[in-house]
Design a protein around this ligand. Sequence first.
Ligand SMILES: CC(C)(COP(=O)(O)OP(=O)(O)OC[C@H]1O[C@@H](n2cnc3c(N)ncnc32)[C@H](O)[C@@H]1OP(=O)(O)O)[C@@H](O)C(=O)NCCC(=O)NCCS
Length: 182
Amino acid sequence: MAELNVTLRAGARDDVEAVKRLLDRSWLTTWAPELPLAAVARFAAQDGARAYVEAMVESFELAVAPDGRIVGMLHLHGDELSAMHVDPAFQGLGVGRVLLDRAEAALLDRSAQPRLEVDLSNTRALAIYRRRGWREVRRFVGDECGAPVEIAELVLVAGTRVISSGKANSSDPPGNASTERP
Ligand SMILES: CC(C)(COP(=O)(O)OP(=O)(O)OC[C@H]1O[C@@H](n2cnc3c(N)ncnc32)[C@H](O)[C@@H]1OP(=O)(O)O)[C@@H](O)C(=O)NCCC(=O)NCCS
């Protein structure tokens, strides 16, 4: 499938609604199917991602398509990849690779051992991280909208980073870190 040629830019206050919609769509397609209905109802009632996006949007990096549409977001916090989402309609087009290339390079500048947390049910993301050299160091039970979920903590050890084959053309959150997830 053809790749989408995205550029990265910093998030701004004007991006709140677009990024919130993106996170809602990502959460509903990746997390909601794995959770009890009560947890999904809680996400909807609390307007899921709004508080998180409003507080953090200026810390995000956004992947923008040639037509200006925001198709992905990345949130790095200290040594942690705190959130990364690609709009479900644009997944599988290389956007995640651009975001991960950027995330890993930035995190390895800050830390010898970047970390992230990922739900064990999120097999796609887990497979991508493992292929790129991230290694599991811990499992624990976290909370997703009131439902218990099994979470893996992964670390990236500098020497084991796997540089992706594709081209990178770029110059806590629903479903990622248990502490910052709405
Ligand atoms: C995980 C996610 C960010 C990936 O984004 P994406 O744009 O679909 O990914 P890409 O098309 O760039 O693919 C990235 C790489 O993973 C590979 N890949 C894709 N699906 C895969 C799978 N199921 N198993 C293994 N590798 C896979 C691709 O071939 C590509 O490899 P390459 O860089 O060597 O070419 C995206 O699916 C997403 O937003 N998911 C929901 C939110 C989420 O899970 N976030 C992470 C939570 S910790």
